[in-house]
Design a binder for this molecule. Sequence first.
Ligand SMILES: Nc1nc2c(ncn2[C@@H]2O[C@H](COP(=O)(O)OP(=O)(O)OP(=O)(O)O)[C@@H](O)[C@H]2O)c(=O)[nH]1
Length: 640
Amino acid sequence: MDSQLIKTVNKLQDAFSTVGVHNPVDLPQITVIGSQSSGKSSVLENIVGRDFLPRGTGIVTRRPLILQLINRPATETQTPDNKANDYEDPNEWGEFLHLPGKKFHNFDKIRDEIVRDTELKTGKNVGISPQPINLRIFSPNVLTLTMVDLPGLTKVPVGDQPKDIEKQIREMLMKYITKPNAIILAVTSANTDLANSDGLKLAREVDPEGLRTIGVLTKVDLMDQGTDVIDILAGRVIPLRLGYVPVVNRGQRDIENKKSITNALAAEKAFFEGHASYQSKAKYCGTPFLARKLNTILMHHIRNTLPEIKAKIQNALVKYRQELAQLGDPLGDGSANQANLVLNIITEFCTEFRTIIDGNSNDLSSFELSGGARISFVFHELYANGVKSVDPLEQVKDVDIRTILYNSSFFKRFPSLKDKFHQVVLSFFKKALNPTTKLVSDLVAMESCYVNTGHPDFLNGHQAIALVNEQLQSKNQSAAASTGDAKQERRTPQQLALQTNQQPATPTGAGENGFFGSFFSGGNKAKKLGGMMDAPPQSLKATGALSEREYMETEVIKLLIQSYYNIVKRTMIDMVPKAIMLNLVSRAKKELQQELLTELYKADVLDELLEESEFTQQRRKECKKMIDALQKADEIVGSV
Ligand SMILES: Nc1nc2c(ncn2[C@@H]2O[C@H](COP(=O)(O)OP(=O)(O)OP(=O)(O)O)[C@@H](O)[C@H]2O)c(=O)[nH]1
């Protein structure tokens, strides 16, 4: 049952390794970290009992190695205890996930394959890669256990290694050890100061209380005479809840002399049993104890986390199934589905378009805003205020955003359809824009070619003169206040008449066609503005001070022009949005759908339009793979 649990997690690990995308379930595993040359590979090899890891200088471990050890009782004839590394034991073999079905009985070949596949993914001797190598070792001599060997923490890049190699390695290790279900095996050589241990320092960042970190002290044999690791083991230096295990691996010389692991393990046992400091606790020291301890810890950990893993698998399944449903099924070429799909997209698009337009025209304030902005463009002085008053979110409602997102996800799936849609809609609006622009410029031309002086809102001559007179009077009064009464005496009788709103018999020498004539005569008030300007009553002085009469004439003309413009502005404000509504908006509402149908709903373009984007095809594959893996995982955890 116990090793069954670990095997279950191994199967889960495999199930997710094939997916190639982020594993949604954080599986319990032992991650090995430590500085370079601290002895990580030696510890792993001792646990396995065979030499199979690459050795050399620099960063040897450049990709995570997920090592699954599976205890399997010997089924073949007895094999020697102390075998050479290339001894092909029928009871012991390794299998790589990337080479399914191929059994490696020769452990030298396992090492070669690790080197080969590492170089394949990362290049020779250069970078590191987070893509793991999955190796499963079956043996009667191992305890069922899963460990992840990670690159050693290094300080200085060597050779052509990237300059930021330290950061890259750190980030990769962090990714593994941050997961709450990771048990951290922090390897530190006993002949260095524990406080400076890179592995322990990193572990503390993610596990500050030391709840899921196990310390392994290597090179205990290399410690100075008279020193030992007893204080560390007793938790008096850096306490860890899971404790420390001291080990003795083969030294460099042992490796050069091809000392077998069997002999090395025997030497380790003898070392602890014969050492004054460790003799009494020898059964808590050495590699076999470490392997048993790891097996127990991992098992407990898996048992505790299994319910949570089951729930996570279920949740992830739901999520991926939903996403797959949203991506839709791949469409067979030329199927009736294609035509339906395009028809649906066109209908939905046009319905949304109309809803947005109708929604805005119902909402008077926002309609005025869009109409107003357009008019402001025509009438420059309103423009700035109009633009300033535009609140970009006023017309964008949450539901519109969701609609656009929904539509764009459709379009994300079919990029050609999106391009063609865009083209058709754009050219439709371009076509509709011509008559709209023509209508608006005709409106402006109509206003500029003829002024209706009989318009009920148009200021008449009497009112204009009275207004100017008032202005003049207040101007004179303020001048008199500063220079005495002399100025006031200069007022003409005519001014006085104007001031009392009396109608003078002949306004300042203008004839019947004169400037004020048409207003005072009370005859046909409709006159061409050009005609009014054609015969100015007096030549106005271009320079120098104006006489009061000249001043009055000028002011009256200005007032009349203003009055005329006010009427035109109101007309434009009223008419331009109507012109736009008529030729652009209503027409689009009525005809856009027909245009889209004519251009896009054609058998001969459907295949091209519905070519799915790379993203959709890729993501569908990923989702399917993930669902397969999760279903397998669900079955695996269901069987425990
Ligand atoms: N004497 C002695 N030497 C050891 C011990 N553990 C490791 N070594 C030696 O230390 C060196 C580094 O050991 P490795 O196991 O390669 O260390 P590593 O941490 O895997 O190194 P990288 O993968 O390069 O980071 C080798 O020469 C080992 O023989 C030990 O307990 N005692």
